[in-house]
Ligand binder design. Structure first.
Ligand SMILES: [Zn+2]
Length: 488
């Protein structure tokens, strides 16, 4: 009888907050069973050769949009496949009622089981959902979502209040399918989330995520930019300027202070908003505020992002903004780096900036980008890479230490990265359904060779090798208990 189901031999194992250790990894029953030197090949059912490689905890891509523009089940299948390429083994996806997704509104008691049913058996990674509470009636479902559905994180979109940029109508109600989506709604939502955090937060963090852009400012800047006839992604940056992010962030933080609601400030895109977010953390030390930025905001500028295809909210900005985000990452001010993955086809981008769908995919680049441009180019330690891509997201969203680390008892979710493997980014290497990428042509050094989820090889040498066996994560996950995966 073999001692381990699988062993990862000869690698340098990256343990967040601890360090990099030269050790073998023994896996049994889907969990890390041992970190020990000198596991012999015959002691394991199968062996992964990690010599010369980094062994990192599977990334937790905590900002994802499964099914935003496509069939939810189909999207789950193709886009979690793409996630494996980037060493991602868990995705936390946003879901809301209203326009896109399932294109309807109603109670989550009806809709959430449909969401889970659509994704069940289709995902290659483990997965969970952050839920956007869009209507007054849904406020009463927060407690049920936390207590019975394993949802520990929620979302509010600051800029849905007065405008709708992507559809034909300009009224928010056509987008959100609700008419009370404003700061009053946000205040009530924060009260609900804060009450749950107070009651159950010790078992795992409960929080609210915020997309900070300001509807009323966008209204006038968009009008100005359109009237001036400005074009391209620079126009989009000017139409949705950093000031809008900053004002919206100030409103959100003030309400978080009033309600004691733990918050996540999503996809910080500019120097101005990053400085404001850092100042908020310092100015409100008693609040739990986490800062997120994205691969695309770190990697691209409005000049390099391929025109309309690089449209995303908040916009891709200037080189100075990009540098400021990197400085904040290197100083340790940023908690998480994510993809904000939203699969969308070139045809849906089209030529018209104002009608193009916002968003694109990037999950396949999460580790490759951070290793290439962080570790190699800027001296970011491997442990910090693993914290930004995995451990900090796991901690923020009720998954740690079952996810986000490689210590005995943790789920055997890991990726073996060849730090010297260099590859140019093309849609074909990303294994996504998306037929273009704004990152095309970028040369990155440091790609996953193997990705293992739940102790099973899921991705090897550029190919998906497993089945879509990803599990729903009923949060908070805990070490030493089996039942949490049962939620769906
Ligand atoms: Zn998003």
């Amino acid at each position: 009888m073999t001692r381990y189901d699988l062993a990862v031999l000869g690698g340098h194992v990256v343990i967040p907050y601890v360090g990099v250790v030269r050790t073998d990894v023994g896996v049994r029953a889907g969990r890390i069973a041992a970190l020990v030197e000198g596991i012999a090949p015959h002691e394991a059912g199968s062996v992964v050769d990690a010599r010369g490689c980094l062994v990192l905890p599977g990334a937790v891509d905590s900002h994802f949009h499964l099914g935003i523009y496509r069939d939810l089940g189909e999207d789950a299948e193709s886009e979690t496949r793409s996630a494996l390429v980037g060493g991602v083994t868990t995705v936390l996806s946003y879901f809301r009622t209203g326009r896109h997704y399932l294109n309807r509104s109603g109670p989550y008691r009806e809709i959430y089981p449909e969401v889970l049913a659509a994704v069940r058996g289709r995902a290659y990674t483990d997965y969970g959902f952050h839920i956007a509470i869009m209507t007054e009636a849904q406020l009463d479902e927060v407690d049920w979502l936390v207590a019975e559905q394993g949802v520990t994180s929620f979302k509010y979109y600051m800029f849905y209040k007065g405008l709708n940029l992507t559809a034909d109508s300009t009224r928010a109600s056509d987008y959100t399918l609700t008419d009370s989506y404003d700061l009053g709604h946000l205040f009530l939502l924060m009260e609900r989330v804060a009450a749950q955090a107070q009651r159950r937060g010790r078992e795992g963090r409960i929080s609210l995520s915020l997309h900070c852009e300001h509807a009323e400012l966008l209204r006038v800047f968009i009008e100005q930019v359109r009237r001036a006839g400005l074009r391209g992604l620079e126009a989009y940056h000017r139409a949705r300027p950093p000031l809008s992010e900053r004002l919206s962030l100030a409103e959100a933080v003030l309400l978080a202070d009033a309600t004691h609601c733990p918050i996540n400030l999503l996809h910080l895109s500019s120097r101005e908003v990053m400085e404001a977010a850092i100042a908020a953390k310092r100015g409100y030390p008693h609040l739990d505020i986490r800062l997120e930025t994205t691969v695309h905001h770190l990697a691209l500028t409005y000049e390099s992002a391929g025109g309309v295809r690089g449209k995303v909210n908040p916009p891709i900005r200037t080189e100075d903004d990009r540098q400021a985000l990197w400085e904040a990452v290197l100083r340790g001010e940023v908690d998480t780096v994510v993809s904000d993955h939203a699969c969308c086809f070139e045809e849906e981008k089209g030529e018209d900036l104002w009608r193009a769908l916002p968003g694109f995919g990037g999950t396949a680049l999460l580790y490759p980008y951070l290793i290439s441009e962080g570790l190699h180019r800027r001296g970011l330690p491997a442990t910090r890479v693993a914290e930004l891509a995995s451990a900090n997201s796991a901690r923020a969203f009720g998954l740690y230490p079952r996810k986000g680390t490689l210590t005995p008892g943790a789920d055997a979710d890991l990726t073996v990265v060849d730090p010297d493997r260099e590859q140019e980014v093309h849609p074909e290497v990303l294994l996504s359904a998306q037929d273009f990428t704004p990152f095309a042509g970028m040369r990155l050094r440091g790609w996953p060779v193997y990705t293992i989820r739940g102790g099973e090889l899921a991705f090897a040498n550029g190919q998906v090798v497993g089945h879509p066996a990803g599990r729903y994560l009923h949060r908070p996950l805990r070490v030493g208990r089996e039942a949490e995966h049962g939620g769906a």
